[in-house]
Ligand binder design. Sequence first.
Ligand code: FAD
Length: 412
Amino acid sequence: MSAHYDIAIVGGGIIGLACAYYLRQAGREVCVVDQGRIGRGASHANCGLVTPSHALPLTQPGMVTKGLKWMLRGDSPFYIKPDLDLGKFLWLLKFANRCNTGDMLAAMHGRKAILDSSRQLYDELFAAHDMDCEWHDEGVLFVFKHAAGMHGYEQTNALLAEHNLAATPLTGTALHQREPALLDDVYGAWHYPMDAHLKPDKLVSEWLRVIREMGVTIREDFRVGGIDRHTLYAARDEIHADRIILATGAWSAKLNRALGCRIPIEPGKGYSMTFTQPRQPVKIPCLFQEVKMVATPFDTGYRLGGTMEFAGFDESINETRLGAIRRSAGQYLREPEGAEITETWHGWRPMTWDGLPIIDQAPRRPHILIVAGHNMLGLSMAPATGKLAAELITGEAPHIDREPYRYARKFA
Ligand SMILES: Cc1cc2nc3c(=O)[nH]c(=O)nc-3n(C[C@H](O)[C@H](O)[C@H](O)COP(=O)(O)OP(=O)(O)OC[C@H]3O[C@@H](n4cnc5c(N)ncnc54)[C@H](O)[C@@H]3O)c2cc1C
């Protein structure tokens, strides 16, 4: 007899773990399965930022032109591999179509609700459980090398300020006192005090420990290839569950056939390099806006990360792009790297074309919940995602409006 659970969660990234936590809290028997090891997907070595400030989606007016310009440079932060992938082409068309003010604001509304709730739920999570994940909540800096960029951002800040997301501008001495690691010729930064950061692999292992202690079953090396109503099939094994959650991140569309519907998620590859701490690391995370990359300080190290490649599940490491990340950091920081590289990593962000996750029943399969597509913000959106998923399953009133995360909006 193979095992039976109330809920089977496919995918042990940060989203699957968050769902498991809130469902177990609601008294359900839960099993999380993963095709490999838990937490080795995009949730492993990302930049570690928890950013309510990122309410605006990528789909902003002017983004298509900017993207096309970046495409012409091999070391730019953005790349689309030219190929005959029709799914990717249609995804890109839909993305391009959304790059207007109305759609940007609509997406902002949905992103803000889930980001704000998650930020609050992180506080509650860490109050309830002792989790050693290097959590710091002094905010992040959006850094501009040049005055034009800093001042150009005023309009965005004004828009965000209308939604309770105002940043403090820092220039001159105020900036260099706040962040002495920046080079003297860096012009300015906007400080977002509501943001925080942590070490993502440590959060994964600590949250995993907590849910195990709560009684959640974990099955690694269980790649779900087929789903037949209440049964999940792996190569030589199967499990049964009343309800199924697909928290399969960037891999979600690989289950289209098993599910009988299209999940519009494309993998968006990014890189990170982790170092031993430099002698003068940044004190708080810095997003270098002109080059679209991040430097994050940890208690136990230091990370540079960024880039977005739409090239399918290409496993190769693009040395040009890694080199660009390192060179870009050198334009902003006195000591852009630590003495030793401890990890070079790539991960696939689960990208939807409107910047919002899908948290909804699969069409014609009401017992299956799709919980995927957290784009560049899975860490920042995880707790509220898990809570909402649990509410949709238990029938409790959703703590945030569920409408923005409906599957059907994708085809509306
Ligand atoms: C370079 C980089 C930097 C980033 N920085 C940040 C940041 O600072 N802040 C932030 O909020 N977000 C950040 N992100 C985005 C964030 O990492 C993702 O949004 C988030 O990790 C997605 O979580 P997930 O659980 O959906 O996916 P994943 O962590 O990828 O987990 C999905 C899991 O599903 C499993 N799986 C897939 N298919 C199957 C199957 N058929 N059977 C069984 N298991 C399966 C996979 O093995 C995987 O473990 C960054 C991403 C990258 C790449």
